[in-house]
Design a protein around this ligand. Structure first.
Ligand code: LLP
Length: 432
């Protein structure tokens, strides 16, 4: 839960706004974004990682409001598509504080990034280095470049979001020699200014040993570039991926602990290699925005089923589902839920919070104990939905993507409005 979530008489409030009122005003389902909590987390990373450049990973959740908060609070921004870049541009985000990611940026995206003057393009393939070099020459511009490398570590997280083992699409292999080759090619291109190496090992990671091994290997390459190519790169980006608590089982590290750990490893390694410490940056997304949002749903139907062995489970169907939170279906992610609109003295019963989509895998919360009298009309809130929920939301079954409602000091403000059927039909130009 965000820091300002409280419950009185069974009614959950966030940012001083009772969710019953929020739903009365804005409808359901809705994502609720706690401004103070978001900004406190962003500043906590900025302050704990003093001397680092902290890039917020926009893929976790991005809109102009959040981009403005980040700009004001002195963070930088990682974008990974022309669309995210467009949001940053509209928000007036300082372009020199943007890092542009992606393993297959289009020519158009690269041209736009160079024209806008983004601070760093993180290159991810030989094709891209060549393409970016051409773009800078044609536009008569230069651009800062980081080379994304693969450290060859197995991050302990879901297979789909681990990115530092060899057999996946991101980065240049350090072990295989491509990374050094990529560095050479960047150095040879007149429009590209080599700033450093970049490593991101995966997401929702708790075991920090993966970061350690990666940092060691990337620093090893950094030192080789100095000795073999005579080039001292000023920077190094160690990526994001810091895990958050989705349930009470998870025990995430604080930004301070992460910063201390990372700085110790880097300092130790730099001493051992006899090199100067490059200016470091990190890219947390989930750890900033994840806990600062929850989703509030209204219950539509409740159905009890018998389980093997005689136990029972109630299927609590809410007015959203896998279109606003695909993570449970896609990564088998765990979430929790709470009755948010009233107190209940009913004994807790095993429940599964499911959506309204046409497939059985449309599950929001796999297992939760909710009061046994949960009924249609109740509101249920799911915490920790700030990261990769709205940003991965879809219009499956022609669902309208929910709004993001900001809350602060007892007031609400619309950050992203609810989609309408007109929005959906606007792209359907087949029949006039
Ligand atoms: N930097 C790079 C280069 C990344 O690829 C990512 C995430 C991040 C930073 C931020 O990672 P974070 O701190 O948010 O973990 N959709 C998945 C997560 C995919 C992460 C993709 N890259 C999920 O819902 O778990």
């Amino acid at each position: 839960w965000s820091r300002t979530a409280t419950k009185a008489d069974g009614v959950l409030s966030v940012g001083g706004v009772p969710l019953t009122e929020l739903v009365r005003e804005h409808g359901s389902p809705a994502y609720v974004l706690d401004e103070d909590d978001f900004r406190a987390r962003a500043r906590a990373f900025r302050d704990a990682f003093e001397g680092y450049e902290v890039f917020y990973a926009g893929k976790a959740f991005l809109c102009t409001t959040v981009a403005r908060w980040l700009a004001e609070d002195g963070l930088s921004l990682d974008v990974c598509s022309g669309g995210e870049l467009a949001v940053a541009e509209r928000a007036g985000f300082p372009m020199e504080r943007i890092g542009f990611h992606g393993n297959n940026k289009t020519l158009g995206e690269l041209e736009r990034a160079v024209e806008l003057g983004v601070g760093r393009v993180i290159v991810d393939s030989f094709d891209e280095i060549e393409r970016l070099a051409r773009v800078t020459t044609e536009l008569g511009r230069t651009t800062g470049v980081l080379v994304r490398v693969t450290a060859g570590v197995e991050a302990h997280t879901h297979e789909y979001i681990a990115t530092a083992h060899e057999d996946q699409k991101f980065g240049f292999s350090i072990a295989g020699g491509d990374a050094l080759d990529a560095v050479r090619r960047v150095l040879a291109a007149p429009g590209l200014r080599l700033l450093g190496l970049h490593s991101h090992i995966g997401s929702q990671i708790f075991d920090t040993s993966g970061f350690e091994v990666a940092a060691r290997r990337v620093l090893g390459l950094h030192a080789r570039v100095a000795t073999e190519l005579g080039v001292v790169m000023p920077e190094m980006d160690l990526g994001g991926g810091f895990g958050i608590a989705y349930t009470t089982q998870d025990d995430p590290s604080t930004p301070e602990t992460l910063a201390r750990g990372m700085s110790e490893i880097v300092e130790h390694e730099c001493r051992a290699l006899g090199i100067e410490r490059p200016r470091l940056s990190i890219e947390p997304g989930r750890a900033i925005v994840g806990p600062s949002m929850c989703t509030v749903y209204q219950v539509g139907t409740v159905k009890e089923v018998a389980l093997d062995g005689g136990a029972r489970r109630s299927y609590v169907s809410v007015d959203g589902g896998m279109s606003d939170n695909i993570r449970t279906a896609l990564y088998d992610a765990d979430y929790s839920a709470t009755l948010a609109s009233r107190a209940s003295g009913a004994p807790a019963a095993l429940a599964r919070v499911v959506g309204k989509h046409c497939e059985a895998g449309d599950i929001v919360v796999k297992d939760e104990f909710l009061p046994g009298d949960v009924r249609p009309g109740d509101l249920v809130a799911v915490p920790g939905t700030g990261a990769y929920c709205r940003s991965m939301a879809s219009n499956y079954n022609h669902a309208l993507r929910p709004p993001v409602i900001g809350v602060r000091d007892g007031k609400t403000f619309t950050v992203l409005r609810r989609e309408t059927e007109a929005d959906l039909l606007a792209t359907d130009v087949g029949v006039s």
